[in-house]
Design a protein around this ligand. Structure first.
Ligand SMILES: Nc1ncnc2c1ncn2[C@@H]1O[C@H](COP(=O)(O)OP(=O)(O)OP(=O)(O)O)[C@@H](O)[C@H]1O
Ligand SMILES: [Mg+2]
Length: 351
């Protein structure tokens, strides 16, 4: 019998859980249950559990409230605790690749290899000067961050079936049609932003930035002396676009634009970098897909479009999978609910 699995996304002040029934036979993958629950803001940072007790408590509440039909879960990792780099390995079995990885990776890592969890994600076989080789992505995460997230999930009664990279989940969460060709995915969270180039859905290059929508709110508090709730409200109302009839909007928009500059710049430089390294016309980036709460910033999409000269669309966030009858589809797709990462993580077991 096909079993469901829960994707767990540790966000900023929130944990999201998506239970997915994998595709089987003619039945497409289905979102069976979705639930999210608040946690203290400092309990999780950039997707890594900091306050384990607080997260365990929240996860137990989440399990109860959502009524998940399974304990099996996929958890995500991302943020600054993860390093992703292109790496060439000699063509050999994945078992041998994994054995050789610590030796190959040591020089590329900013930490001792024994403090990291390593993996290799093959992209394609190529012929280079050393003979047949595998071009792929080296993935290294700090052991500490992986253990922290796994422990929290286990203590709350989940069985961790898999750990996956949030950047990969982001791509998986987009419908097939939005993944066609070479696309740049820009996922703006609260405390982190992830920029990924993918060719027909296969990740080619990943960049993780340590800033997101929350940094704009903080800048408004610090620079304009606004209260936290008002700063967040102002941020959403004006985004990077000022309203000529409202003088206050000019200050807010300026602070927002400054805060968003790194994200716009990262999108532009990633497209340039990728196209420089892969000059065949078929490798030209042909569109940008935005996701994450921070990407809803008014005017951000236009700024990214202007900076890159590429068409920008907003991702659906639910992979276009079938929504089960127990899920309130209208609430799910309403602004402010961002199930994409949790759904993408759960879909790992489907892919
Ligand atoms: N309409 C909007 N305009 C501007 N910003 C918005 C809007 N809606 C949500 N945000 C911002 O999006 C951010 C939250 O995004 P998201 O839910 O993707 O982050 P997260 O997953 O909790 O955090 P992280 O991925 O960094 O751990 C917040 O900073 C929030 O203020
Ligand atoms: Mg997030």
């Amino acid at each position: 019998m096909t079993k469901t699995i829960v994707g767990l996304d540790f966000g900023h002040g929130v944990i999201r859980g998506a239970e997915v029934m994998p595709e089987h036979g003619r039945q497409q993958a289905t979102l069976v249950r979705y639930h999210e629950i608040p946690v203290p803001l400092d309990a999780i940072h950039e997707g890594v559990v900091i306050d384990e007790d607080a997260v365990v408590g929240a996860l137990e509440t989440l399990r109860g409230a959502a009524g998940f039909g399974t304990k099996r879960a996929v958890i995500g990792i991302g943020g600054q605790q993860v390093l992703i780099r292109e790496l060439m390995m000699p063509a050999m079995s994945m078992q041998h690749v994994r054995e050789a990885l610590p030796f190959k990776a040591q020089d590329l890592l900013p930490l001792p290899v024994e403090d990291a969890v390593l993996d290799f994600y093959p992209i394609e076989e190529v012929e280079d000067a050393d003979g047949p080789s595998l071009r792929g992505l080296l993935v290294a995460a700090t052991k500490q961050s992986v253990i922290a997230n796994m422990n929290a999930a286990k203590r709350a009664g989940f069985k961790v079936a898999d750990i996956d990279l949030i950047p990969f989940a982001i791509i998986r969460a987009q419908p097939q049609s939005d993944r066609a060709g070479v696309k740049l995915f820009v996922h703006v969270g609260a405390t982190s932003t992830c920029v990924v180039v993918a060719a027909d859905g296969v990740p080619q290059f990943v960049r993780l930035l340590p800033n997101g929508g929350h940094d704009l709110t903080t800048a408004l508090i610090e620079q304009l002396g606004l209260r936290a709730d008002r700063a967040d409200d102002m941020k959403r109302r004006y985004g990077v676009k000022s309203d000529p009839s409202d003088p206050q909007s000019e200050f807010v928009a300026r602070v927002n634009a400054e805060g968003a500059r790194d994200i716009v710049q990262a999108a532009r430089s990633t497209v340039a970098f990728y196209e420089n390294a892969h000059t065949e016309p078929a490798n030209a980036v042909n569109g940008i897909v935005l996701s994450g709460g921070g990407s809803l910033l008014r005017g951000l999409s236009d700024e990214i479009g202007r900076a890159t000269g590429l068409p920008v669309t907003t991702g659906r966030g639910d992979a276009g999978i079938r929504i089960g009858h127990q899920v309130d589809e209208v609430a799910l797709l309403s602004s402010g609910i961002t199930p994409a990462v949790a759904v993408g993580l759960a879909l790992r077991s489907v892919a």
